[in-house]
Design a binder for this molecule. Structure first.
Ligand code: NAD
Length: 295
């Protein structure tokens, strides 16, 4: 299968790597030249990259080299999509941008191609407004880090055909993941639940009820979560968390999605999460928490 990934940031890279590791040709493109260069380097040398997978015995050296060969940088979106069977957009979480990019993808990719969006909070039906073949647009929501996480939400927009949903589900299974099918509601299922927990955890912290570490421990030891809500936020990226909440608040008008004050302060001050995963970040909850509320 030929896959095109449009938007080669944090998620685009991970998605491209997963498809390549499963033997698919992937053309990647981004409007930023820098993103293309750092993206390829991250796929090779990042914390969940190919070198690390080889070191952990998850890939042989030959499989790793083959996967890297399968990823090709395309200088333009046209070249990336030219003969693709599946196009996945992973550009910034912004309605107008995604609408523009999907409209473009629709006009340049083969008529048979499935058009996937990795949006985490925006409505698929709205993103697809300017697309001719709306029945081929489907949400394919991967989770960070996609090399490791097993879930992909398949989002059925108002006009997405059942055939497209089934095709997307088969593709997801082919790359070793488990699809769940969800309707096009703000936040879908996983983020609506995950962000609810995160907002409530932030409220507990801001009210001084418990420390960040102890709130995380409550969910890990009490509920068997592998990570606490603050650990997840550090990995996902605090700027991404903020954008997700703003998008949910904007779409629903529900006050429960108003971003926590501490989150906004951290993002404004350059604390974007785990610096090893968010270039240029000054740190995440654990480092930052010490300076505003000592344990
Ligand atoms: N970060 C996460 O944990 C996460 C998880 C699941 C889904 N998502 C979703 O994935 C998408 C991407 O998020 P991200 O965290 O990878 O963002 P990111 O900021 O790391 O990357 C976005 C990339 O899109 C590129 N881009 C912007 N406009 C473009 C255009 N017109 N053409 C080509 N490329 C363009 C940017 O240059 C950038 O490299 C968003 O919709 C987000 O909600 C993010």
């Amino acid at each position: 299968m030929k896959v095109a990934v449009v938007g080669f940031g944090m998620m685009g890279r991970q998605i491209a790597q997963v498809f390549a590791q499963h033997g698919h040709e992937v053309a990647v493109t981004d409007e930023s030249k820098q993103a293309l260069t750092t993206g390829i380097d991250e796929i090779s040398n990042g914390p969940f990259g190919i070198r690390s997978a080889i070191a952990k015995g998850k890939l042989t050296a030959e499989e790793g080299a083959r996967a890297l060969q399968l990823i090709k940088v395309a200088p333009t979106i046209e070249e990336a999509c030219l003969d693709s069977d599946l196009v996945i957009e992973a550009v910034f979480e912004n309605f107008l941008l995604k609408q523009k990019v999907l409209h473009m993808i629709d006009s340049i990719s083969p008529r048979t191609a499935l058009l996937g969006s990795n949006t985490s909070t925006l409505g698929i039906s709205k993103i697809a407004l300017g697309v001719d073949r709306k029945e081929r647009v489907v949400g394919m929501h991967f989770f960070n880090p996609a090399q490791v996480t097993k879930l992909v939400e398949i989002v059925k927009g108002e006009q997405t055909s059942q055939d497209s949903v089934e095709q997307a589900s088969r593709i997801v299974q082919m790359i070793g993941k488990t699809p769940i099918t969800v309707l096009d509601e703000p936040g879908f299922v996983a983020n609506r639940l995950g962000l609810t927990l995160y907002v409530e955890a932030s409220r507990l912290f801001e009210e001084g009820v418990a420390t960040i570490r102890d709130i995380d421990l409550a969910m890990k030891l009490g509920y068997g979560h592998s990570m606490g809500p603050f650990e997840v936020a550090d990995i996902v990226g605090l700027d991404t968390r903020l954008r997700n909440l703003e998008a949910l608040h904007q779409q629903t008008g529900d006050e429960k999605w108003i971003p926590p004050k501490t989150l906004r302060e951290m993002v404004n001050n350059g604390y974007l999460g785990d610096p090893s995963r968010r270039a240029g970040s000054k740190g995440g909850y654990y480092e930052y928490a010490k300076s505003i509320r000592p344990n």
